[in-house]
Design a protein around this ligand. Structure first.
Ligand code: MF3
Ligand code: CO
Ligand code: CO
Length: 397
């Protein structure tokens, strides 16, 4: 028996506090719950029944390498719970709205010491952001801030493009997260989502009925899926935020139309951005185009101001008849990121406290850009580059 590091464990036989662990379970990296015992006596008394879990673990490991690969993750991968603050080896009980379910997530990814980090990187709690005046007043960026935003947004675009290039059936969303994480660090940036209010990964990956904030996990993308990858980079003290929804293999016609319409909603909204336009007009434009295609607009998640803060004023609702006050002025930077549903607009939250899904289990798509209001109109800071991969049939010439 080896001494356990945690004191909160209870004996698998009698339920008393336990600080001994079965060495075989440790070797097999099995969850500590079920491997902990209070005394050698309890361990010995349990042995005849306990040892079977070693055999089971070995068998499921062998199955892992087999052809049917979407069921079992390595056993140090766990399900996320409590808004990113806890993990569990068992799939939480929940009335899943569609066919998608969460998979276990990998261990935390590390960021080298030389990378400049936002204030939530260490303990999961943003400190400057929630109490800033910039939650109510919309900042006018200086030319120097704007130049840094341009640089950061360009990096964010290149990181998203790197993620887009690896998307195909069989790739896990965790592997996409690894690409985002490594590409961000290679550019000298920090992946803003990582540990933001305890979000456990470096980007959001939202599959099928997931509206937004999906957590990269062990699930392999399947032919016919749609997947949104949302990347935010922190570099030179500012954030750049964008996302796109990609096709995995061949998708059905309804999903193709959903994704194309969502792309068009963002394009049409960007087209009206210029000084003097009301922020609330963005929702009218998006709603009109979505409704026209028989689709609905998500209300619970909005675009946002961005800069030295990840999320700040203005709040940008994407739906019609919103009560957002204020007009656009040169030097403001904000995102537009419409989420459009195939069915109704209602959303639900998974037990991980992050993943927003459609209440009816039908699919949802999203596109996002970070924008700068200029004297005459708009600059799309996260615009596609000549090197960006050709992912969207409607953009092909
Ligand atoms: N990038 C998302 C947005 O567009 C925010 C993700 S926050 C996270 O605003 F914590 F979920 F990563
Ligand atoms: Co955003
Ligand atoms: Co985003």
């Amino acid at each position: 028996m080896s001494g356990a590091t945690e004191t909160s464990l209870t004996c698998a036989r009698c339920g008393k506090p336990a600080n001994l662990q079965c060495p075989k379970c440790v070797e097999l990296k099995l969850p500590c719950e079920g491997a902990a015992f209070c005394t050698q006596d309890c361990f010995k008394a349990s042995w005849s029944s306990h040892k079977s879990i070693h055999q089971k673990a070995k068998l499921s490991c062998e199955n892992d390498t087999g052809a049917e690969q979407n069921s079992v993750a390595p056993n140090d991968w766990l399900y996320c719970t409590r808004k990113g603050q806890s993990r569990t080896p068992k799939l939480p009980i929940f009335d899943w709205t569609g066919t998608l379910k969460p998979y276990p997530i990998s261990k935390p990814r590390l960021v080298p010491a030389h990378i400049d980090k936002p204030d939530w990187a260490i303990d999961g709690t943003p400190k400057i952001e929630p109490s800033s005046d910039l939650q109510r007043v919309v900042e006018i960026k200086t030319p120097e801030q704007i130049e840094r935003m341009r640089e950061t947004c360009r990096i964010a675009r290149e990181v998203l493009d790197a993620a887009a290039r690896v998307i195909r059936p069989g790739v896990t969303t965790d592997e996409i997260d690894a690409v985002v994480h490594e590409a961000t660090i290679a550019a000298g940036g920090y992946p803003s989502p990582l540990n933001y209010y305890f979000f456990p990964k470096s980007c959001c990956t939202s599959v099928n009925e997931v509206i937004c904030h999906g957590i990269p996990d062990a699930r392999k993308l399947e032919d016919g899926d749609i997947v949104n990858v949302d990347v935010t980079v922190y570099f030179k003290g500012v954030h750049g935020d964008l996302n796109e929804t990609f096709f995995v293999g061949t998708v059905d016609e309804a999903s193709r139309q959903l994704v194309q319409c969502t792309y068009e909603c963002l394009e049409k909204a960007i087209a009206i951005v210029k000084p003097g336009v009301r922020f609330r007009e963005i929702g009218e434009i998006i709603n009109r185009h979505a409704l026209m295609s028989g689709l609905s607009v998500v209300k619970s998640y909005c675009g946002h101001g961005i800069g030295e803060l990840f999320h700040c004023a203005p709040n940008i609702p994407h739906y019609a008849r919103n009560k957002m006050v204020g007009i656009m002025k040169p030097g403001q930077t904000f995102t537009i990121e419409p989420m459009i549903n195939a069915g109704n607009w209602r959303d639900r939250m998974w037990p991980d406290g992050w993943t927003a899904v459609t209440a009816d289990g039908k699919r949802s798509a999203q596109f996002e850009h970070t924008l700068l209001v200029t004297e005459t109109g708009v600059e799309v800071l996260t615009a596609r580059l000549p090197t960006s991969p050709d992912m969207f049939p409607w953009l092909k010439s």
